[in-house]
Design a protein around this ligand. Structure first.
Ligand code: TXA
Ligand code: MG
Length: 302
């Protein structure tokens, strides 16, 4: 079975926030939810703290981290914000949109955060993380709080199972509302590029920015570094577009109607029994995780 829950999980309340601030100031790691997924946070200006993130996740150091800011003013302290970027910020922050912007050198972000690049990924999330950044007065670098290459966690329990005692504190605020990582857009002078799709859509981005969006192809060099290899992968293989469930498989279902053989599935989880895509997105990673642990040889996906 999975790891037992130890006392590094605290419910989201004032004393958890105070403990988090103390730990982060001391260069330690705290996992906490954003509206997308749980993040593994460290003070972005403290090199040792940032290094702890890479080591806890087993993350390759060429893969840069997203920095979470408390507002647009904090973003402008660390990055050059041009007019289209400002329009995107005004429309979508706080929210699940990350902007990759030119880094202001010597503003204090540790180079390990950006993996030596001259750009920085910034976002202002909704809720607890923004509250904590505001209290700290300094950006928090935070990748998804899972071991590198595994599914992003949408519950405190999933963080615990993936990272265990490598994280000093996990703040539990229930299931993440969006459940998918933020949309990532790179903003250059004449060009917007979608580096990672998410819940903010291409149409919305083009409308607000008044620019065309270039969409990075899977495997191309202009994708976010973290998307170049296997990512979001459960340990079991996933079989997409399944027409029936094979012996030994678990079933990831969607909508009211089941494919053939579903009653023989090792385990079944339904992303949304009414076929609601927002609900499905919120459930995706936690249900992949759940089926991954069911002992099935493979996961059939409707
Ligand atoms: O929803 C989210 O974005 C969550 C929550 C915790 O905020 N965070 C998250 O972080 O998904 P992570 O580390 O799992 O994914 C960050 C992605 C990686 O693919 C990384 O390569 C890319 O952002 N990235 C970071 N900085 C970048 C930069 N300067 N240029 C291009 N891509 C960058
Ligand atoms: Mg991740």
């Amino acid at each position: 079975m999975s790891a037992t829950v130890t006392d590094n999980i605290m419910p989201a309340n004032e004393s958890a926030l105070q403990r988090a601030q103390k730990l982060l100031t001391a260069g330690r790691l705290v996992a906490l939810p954003t509206e997308t997924v749980y993040g593994l946070a460290a003070d972005a200006c403290n090199g040792e703290a940032v290094a702890r993130i890479f080591s806890a996740k087993g993350r390759p150091q060429f893969n840069p981290l997203i920095c979470h800011v408390s507002d647009a003013d904090m973003a402008a302290q660390y990055a050059h914000v041009n007019a289209p970027a400002q329009r995107l910020i005004d429309a979508f922050w706080p929210g699940p949109l990350t902007l990759v912007l030119p880094l202001k050198k010597n503003a204090g972000i540790h180079p390990l955060v950006v993996a030596g690049l001259d750009t920085i990924a910034l976002r202002q999330p909704r809720g607890l993380m923004t509250e904590l950044v505001d209290r700290m007065g300094t950006p928090l670098a935070a990748p998804s709080a899972n071991a590198s290459g595994k599914i992003s966690p949408t519950t405190a329990r999933a963080v615990q199972e993936s990272l265990g005692d490598k994280v000093d504190l996990i703040i539990d605020n229930g299931l993440c509302a969006v459940g998918l990582e933020s949309t990532i857009v790179k903003v250059e002078q004449e060009q917007l590029t979608l580096l990672r799709p998410g819940s903010v859509t291409i149409a919305e981005l083009e409308k607000v920015s008044q620019m065309n969006l270039l969409v990075a192809e899977a495997g191309s060099a202009i994708q976010a570094p973290g998307m170049l290899h296997s990512h979001y992968a459960p340990s079991s293989a996933m079989r997409l577009g399944a027409k029936s469930v094979e012996p030994g498989e678990a079933l990831l279902a969607f909508g009211p109607n089941r494919i053939a053989g579903s009653d023989q599935a090792v385990a079944v989880a339904n992303l949304s029994s009414t076929g609601n895509l927002i609900e499905a997105a919120a459930n995706l990673f936690s249900m992949m995780n759940q089926l991954d642990k069911s002992g099935a040889t493979q996961i059939a996906v409707e």
